[in-house]
Ligand binder design. Structure first.
Ligand code: SF4
Length: 70
C-alpha cells in the first residue's frame, strides 16, 4: 500500500499520529509527514487514514489505484 499526504488539506489535528505514531508525525509547520508506512498492517493503515477529518491521507495499491478515500 502506498501512502500520500495532501498537505494542503492537512490541518494538523494529529489523529493520524495518535492512531499510527510509527507512520506519521507532525513537522515544524504542524502538518503531517510520513515516517514509515511499512511498520503497520494494511487494516491499521486504513483505520488511520479514516481517522483524518479532512481526508488528507490517500492510500493507493501497488498499481497506483486509489484505495482511500474512494
Ligand atoms: S489526521 Fe489528517 S489533518 Fe490531522 S494531522 Fe493527520 S493528515 Fe493532518
Amino acid at each position: 500500500m502506498r501512502v500520500r499526504i495532501d498537505r494542503e488539506k492537512c490541518i494538523g489535528s494529529a489523529n493520524c499520529v495518535a492512531s499510527a505514531p510509527t507512520v506519521y508525525r507532525l513537522d515544524e509547520n504542524d502538518k503531517a509527514i510520513l515516517v514509515d508506512p511499512e511498520t503497520i498492517d494494511e487494516e491499521t493503515l486504513l483505520l488511520s487514514a479514516e481517522s483524518c477529518p479532512t481526508e488528507a491521507i490517500i492510500l493507493e495499491d501497488d498499481d497506483g489505484n486509489r484505495v482511500y478515500p474512494s
